[in-house]
Design a protein around this ligand. Sequence first.
Ligand code: NIG
Ligand code: FE
Length: 411
Amino acid sequence: MSSTGGARRLLIRDLAQLATPRGTEAPLRGHALGDVEVLEDAYVLCVDGDVEAIGRMQDLRSVEGEVEELDARGLCAVPGLVDCHTHACFAGDRVEEFALRAGGATYEELHAAGGGIMATVNATRAASDAELADAVRTHRTWMLRAGTTTFESKSGYGLDRDTELASLRAIAAAGGVPTWLGAHAVPPEFPDADAYVDFMVAEVLPDAAELAEAADVFLERGAFDVAQARRYLEACGAAGLALRLHGDQFTEQGAVALAIELGARSVDHLEATGDDGVRALAAGAVVAVLLPASALFLGRPMPPTRALVDSGAAVALATDFNPGSAFCESLPLVCSLAATQLKLSPSEALSACTVNAAHVLGRADRVGRLAPGYAADILLLDAPDWRYLAYHLGGAVVSRVVAGGRPAALP
Ligand code: NIG
Ligand code: FE
């Protein structure tokens, strides 16, 4: 406790560098996406869980009251990373399927044969509520170790009333931002996708809308078509949820146009998006969420990222962490893929998984930047230059994580 008014102060001092997206706008697009402010020999002062000040050490005036100091010599600070697209609520794994895919089976073939998403649904339905909550907490710890201080997670491995609602509760209990992915796949007890959407909207949405912040749908051949996705999302929007879509992952089925028509927050994946889709997203309000770890994990083409950014579209980066298509919780690795595969600069990648990802989650005024008034969520990199975040491919870049102004225990 401090002697002056009980404020809780943390001074992170002698940072080699501090890097943060500049300004207050969100989402950042075009040239502004790469506009990162870098301070050499810097400090961050946190008070009661918020950033109070940042600056150069030479400009640091003495701090009143009791202050915990964190010696950050040799480290760089960036905002705590924001993962705006994960599927962290699941039981079991898909390591057998992974091995089959290595032998040549495709993700779509496994899905069509009743494996894939449904395999995880069966394991997730069999888990107790406490086991589900434990699973999300474990995955949250993995993400925190990789530098993620804000995460979204979708439900979508229950596909029945009880397991979907338990999933949303487990995500919220672990501190995640819950998205209701009720329309992820059609479980075999329903005759068709229309009957399943009818059930979800009538029987699950009223409660899901109380627990989730957004709704999501897998718009794809073999999953839900445009008419079904529109019906599901319109009902979710009317119930007050923000709207998101999995679109153009394997084939273009009209997800981009539907996202724009409905004023969705984001359309995610876009590995199959062509020139018309890029043009439609340019300068629009729908954020293109790019998931290069998923494209890599499935051996799929990368999304047309340079074309999106250069045309003025708002882009964000996320892991897509899930047991089937992207068993990867590391946003630093995603930043490396963004630089090497998507041709984003390290600065553009940083903005895409901080400010812009925070915008997708409706939190850009609180997280994603290091500036006074933002949450003191800070990633300390074990690196002489902050761009090691993307440069050190698969490296142990995370030194410390500060969450809400407290150094986090990284078990
Ligand atoms: O974003 N494409 C649909 N959903 C997930 C994968 C889910 C799974 O394979 O379990 C995705 O890639
Ligand atoms: Fe996904």
